[in-house]
Structure formats: structure tokens, C-alpha cells
Design a protein around this ligand. Sequence first.
Ligand code: C2O
Ligand code: CU
Ligand code: CU
Length: 515
Amino acid sequence: MFLGGTRALSAMTHAMAVQPNTLNASTLANFVDPLPIPPVARSSGTRPLPSSPKTNVPYYRFAAQPMETKIHRDLKPTHFWAFNGSVPGPTLEMRRGEEVLVEWANELPQQHFLPIDYRLHGAKGNPQVRMVTHLHGGIVPPESDGYPEDWYVPGKSLTYRYPIQQEPAMLWYHDHGMGINRLNIYAGLFGAAIIRDKVEDALNLPSGKYEIPLVIFDRLITPEGQLYYPISDKPGAPWIPELFGDAVLFNGKLFPYLEVEPRKYRFRVLNGSNARFYSLSFQNGLSFHQIGTDQGLLPAPLSIKNVQLAPAERADVVVDFSDSRGEQIVLKNDAVGVMQFRVSAAKVSDSSSLPAELRPVPKILESQAAKTRLLTLDEYVSFTGEPVLLLLNASYWHEPISEKPALNSTEIWSFINPTDDTHPIHLHAVRFQILDRQHYEPSIYLTKKEFRFLGPRMPPEPYEAGWKDTASAHSRMVTRIIVPFDSYPGRYVWHCHILEHEDNEMMRPYEIVAG
Ligand code: C2O
Ligand code: CU
Ligand code: CU
């Protein structure tokens, strides 16, 4: 294999991977299906904690099973693999300070229905169907984190414990099976999780039926209404560098509509896509009030016209429809209408609030960092310019662990991105803040390991200035995050959240080391 170094990569070259036997989603009728709301997970009683058998905590069982569901009025039911018969799976509601047990059961068939690439690490020589579930954004002990190599086969299950001490936020759970994660999530193995507490309750934000998760994911659909995951044109090497679908689903429906009252709503928006970035806006120019990021509330609401979401990122937004009585408002992704809000003409009263102050986000100072790590994001191409491999800091998954932050220490991680892609970088087990981004000259860094900066350090965008667990490392920039490693000692992972990259080596273990 020729590793030709970093490549010029554009959305255009990627689009070529899309093969012609898919439905053109734009030919389907728009806004004919109501937006489904994923069910809230119900606990099946309580169970004793393995560590302290006298304490009983709520116990949930999530079973991954094949299922069928209609994603659009005019399509036949689509085959998915999903948790408890729903895609996205049931929403796991948790309270800060309360521990829960979740059994993640693999009740899938023995054969996969999407194209496995057996060359990838974790897929080679292993059973086709394997799963392990990770609570993304959850700060949980390492043995409950869904380590990619902890996968298990149909008929098996693992029970994880989530001692929720972290601040309220929208998390999500998804498969993390080594070398197969992009296919399992594409198949439907994911769902939302929400942490709440008294402090947040007291803010009186829109709640109950006025608080709605919007889980967004794109797919390619065959004319028969089935999921389509393309393969490369290289024999024996089906992996593709990114999956982009033209069918954008909200909570599992294509072009849904939602009937709303002329009042405030809170939307918990999650980008659950393999590789697509979103820029959401209302056609009529209505604003969003962003109140939170991946890891919880911002200090104050931020009025924005666009919601920008990289894969795995979340935005907590309040939308006030009170001036839009009787209107039908289209929500667009870039220029394409993807969802519709139908505002009723009724007069309603709205006792919810949008407070001017939400929750303090103490800024972590650079001076608090004990260490700075320089970490490159690497793409390698073949003779023909096709991407074949992606690495973090030029290291493969199986190489010895090189990132070993001390428990309770703070570090700066600098992501040096010479590629032409944005890579959304995610760390398990922690929350962090983005310090800044700066343009630099990749060729000089590549040859001399020296930085020539091409502009000033730019602070994070206002909408990403809160607590994060996933940060976009933009092309030809150095992106710095500051991370307190104050969770649990043990082995976790960090990776690019473009799932095709993650599955092809753009993931590394790291270890939080007790002092
Ligand atoms: Cu969404 Cu390893 O995570
Ligand atoms: Cu995660
Ligand atoms: Cu990437």
C-alpha cells in the first residue's frame, strides 16, 4: 500500500462513492408524516448494585433487535437494527446524583446486512455481528464505557452502571463495536439520553410536551425503501471514506412536520449522522435561542439564525413561535427544506421562561494546564488519490497507549490538522472547553515540526463556548482544547466522530492514570 501523504479532499470526490441504485429523496412528498417522538425508556424495576448489594437502583434493559418501520408515507417499511423496537431507541432519562443500571442485550441475528470490510482492525477474523454500547458524553467508569474491544455476539449482554454525577446535558448512546461501528449505527443502534437536575428544573424552561428531542441522521435509501450503504469500487476493500445520504431523517422520519402552539419550545438537537455536518435555519428567518452545547447549559441564551452541528454534537435550543401564529415554517439544512413546523392559530398562554442567565461556565485558564500535547490528524491516500487510512498522531489503534493524563490534572490537547477535512474529535470520560483555533502552514510543520501561523488565535464560536465533548478540528488549523481529567482512572478512547474515519484507525486508546 502506498501512503502518499495527506490529500486534497472535497465533498465532490466523496459524492462519487454514491451509487446510482438509490432513491432520490427529493422526489418524495414533503411534510406528509408527523414527527415521531421516541418513547421514554421505562425501567423494569430496580436491581442491587453489584458493588453494594444493599443499594437498589433503577434497572433498564435495552435489547438490540431487527425491526421495521416506515420512514415515509410513500415508502415500504425499512429494515433497521434498533433498541427496543424504536429508531432512534427510547430516550434514557436520568437525574444527576442517581445511579442507574442498563443492560445492553445483543438480540441481533448472526449475519450483518451491511457491507463489512474484513481488512479493518476489529473486523478481521471476528464474527460478523458484534456490538457494545457507549454512552456518549457520559462520565462513567471505564468498565461501563463501552470499550470498542469489549464487543459481544448475539445472545450475550452486558450490564453497565451509570453513576450520574455530571451536570445536566443531552447525551446519546450508540454502538462502538471495533471496526463495525459505522455500520451498526447506520443500522439504527443509537438513541438519546438526557440528564436533569433541580438547578435546571428551577429555570422553568419549556418542558413536558414542549421539550422535544430532534435526532437527525442521514441515510441512502433504495427504491424499495431499504437502507443502502455503498461500497468502494476496489475489490475486497469495501470501506468508503465517508457516508453521505440525501435522505435526512428527524427522529426516524423523512421530511416530517410538527404541529406546534404559538409559544416557546425546547428542542434537544443531536447530529447522529455518520459523517454529515448540518447548518439548520428557518426559511422565514426565525431565530433559535441556543441555551446549551454538548455538555450542558451555556451561561446565557444566544440568539442565532443557524444551528451548526458536526457529527455527534448537540445543541439545546429554545424556539419561540409566539409571533408565528398560523404560519407554516420550513426548517432547512443549508438550502434544502428538511422539516416543517405548523404553528396553530390558537391563542395560548405560555408560563415557561427563557431566563437571561442559565448556568455559570467557569472558564478554565491555560495556566491550569499541567501539560500540552501536540496531536496530528492524519489522512493517507493511495496512488489514485483515494483515502485508504486515517490515524491520530500517526499511530494505529493497537500501538501502545501514548496519552496518559494524570487523574485530576488538566491538559491542553492541540489538534494539528493538515488535511482538507474537518474532523470532529471526541474524548470519552471528560468534558472540555475549546480554547482557540489558528491557521498554520501544514507543509512546514510536516517537514520541520515547526509552526508557521497564518493568523491570530481565534476564540471558539459563541455557540461552542460552553462545555463540550466533541470539537471540530478544522482543516489546516490547530485547534486547542483544555481538558480537566477529573473523572475515573482507567482506559478510555478518543477519536474522530466521522464514523468511517473512526472505523479505519482514527481512534486511539488513552488512559487516565491515578496518582
Ligand atoms: Cu459518540 Cu466514542 O463516541
Ligand atoms: Cu463518547
Ligand atoms: Cu475524521
